[in-house]
Design a protein around this ligand. Structure first.
Ligand code: ATP
Ligand code: MG
Length: 336
């Protein structure tokens, strides 16, 4: 195994969707063979915008882990852990918060977009916790000495924020932390059914890995297509059609070529095109759902995986904490 360590994770705000699958999970499955991997169930981060809904966060913890296992994450290779069970992450967050200005956090483009999307929750004034979640994410990464972070594109500004914190920490307290790097896959940002630039759990525009056929039919049938195509034989523009966009992920090259050509000539109706997409998605997700079913029937096993991983992760975080406290001269009792 390479010496690099991976830290990645998901917020338990809903089940995982095809954006996760193409954007991040496929990379995780590939990279687990090469690098030691830690996967965080980021329940503390999920609470930053779901603080009034702890039940939702709690219920989604096992759903996320089952989705990960279903796509082929190997629990014997990877360490799954719960963020809230690692108090060192919260401690590091407090120390790092001195190294970041409010203005810098407010300028973070991902945080900015998300605040705008969450007006319903925050109104005119965002909470200190949400604004500061990039700081807590820097703590997640550095607590495990991770240097490789497989993420979707929306996470790049957060990784950059973490790198800045690491540099600042090291420049003040001495070389202690490692600067992480983002690892982006080929599909770095999967769009939503509504045409939104990002499919997201909290955006209501996702096809979930666990969706049954009925749900997939409903979602694909309502996906945004070329709005200028009114009659079946009007020439269409696949470049602005979400159905064509998802065909690129689920269909063969030959199918995609045929679809685009016939669409442009007005020879293929949207319903035919959608039905073909539905069939391909259902087929693609079948083995994933079969594996998920195995774990759904074994909740104890899922819990054990999470408990075992959390114990291991805590040990790692304690090592980092000691280094950080030494560097920050917070090792009072040690000095005697
Ligand atoms: P939420 O809406 O609650 O923030 P989310 O759908 O954005 O949920 P996260 O748990 O925040 O999911 O993200 C987990 C990982 O999946 C991150 O690395 C993120 O970059 C990646 N990811 C999420 N959505 C997409 C997407 N549409 N395309 C590519 N990667 C994505
Ligand atoms: Mg997100």
């Amino acid at each position: 195994m390479d010496t690099k360590r991976i830290l990645t994770g998901d917020r338990p705000t809903g089940k995982l969707h095809i954006g996760h699958y193409f954007g991040s999970l496929q990379n995780r499955v590939k990279l687990q063979q090469i690098y030691e991997t830690f996967i965080e169930v980021a329940d503390v981060q999920a609470l930053t915008d779901n603080f009034a809904n702890p039940e939702k966060v709690k219920n989604n913890v096992k759903e996320i882990v089952m989705d990960e296992l279903a796509v082929g994450i190997d629990p014997n290779k990877v360490t799954f852990f719960l963020q809230s069970m690692i108090p060192e992450i919260a401690e590091l967050t407090v120390f790092y918060s001195n190294l970041v200005t409010i203005a810098r956090l407010e300028r973070n483009p991902t945080v900015k977009t998300e605040i705008a999307q969450k007006r319903e929750i925050f109104g005119e004034s965002v909470t200190y916790g949400f604004l500061g979640y990039p700081v807590s994410q820097a703590a997640d990464i550095t607590a495990f000495d991770a240097t490789l972070i497989p993420v979707g594109e929306d996470q790049l500004p957060l990784i950059e924020q973490c790198r800045e914190i690491v540099r600042k920490f090291n420049s003040i307290y001495g070389e202690t932390l490692k600067e992480p790097q983002a690892y982006l896959g080929e599909n770095k940002r999967i769009k939503g059914l509504d045409g939104n630039e990002k499919m997201g759990k909290s955006l209501g525009n996702a096809i979930y890995l666990a969706d049954n056929e009925e749900e997939i039919v409903k979602k694909v049938m309502s996906a945004i297509t070329d709005p200028n195509r009114i009659k079946k034989d009007d020439p269409g523009n696949p470049n602005i059609c979400m159905v064509a966009y998802y065909h690129n992920l689920f269909s063969t090259k030959e199918e995609i070529e045929a679809i685009c050509e016939e669409c442009k000539k007005g020879k293929r109706g949207c319903v035919t095109c959608k039905k073909q997409l539905i069939k391909n998605i259902v087929e693609h997700l079948a083995p994933i759902q079969e594996k998920r079913h195995y774990y759904e029937e074994r909740p104890k096993l899922v819990k054990e995986i999470l408990i075992e991983g959390t114990v291991k992760a805590r040990k790692e975080a304690k090592i980092t904490m000691e280094k950080v406290k030494n560097a920050m001269k917070l090792d009072y009792f040690k000095e005697g």
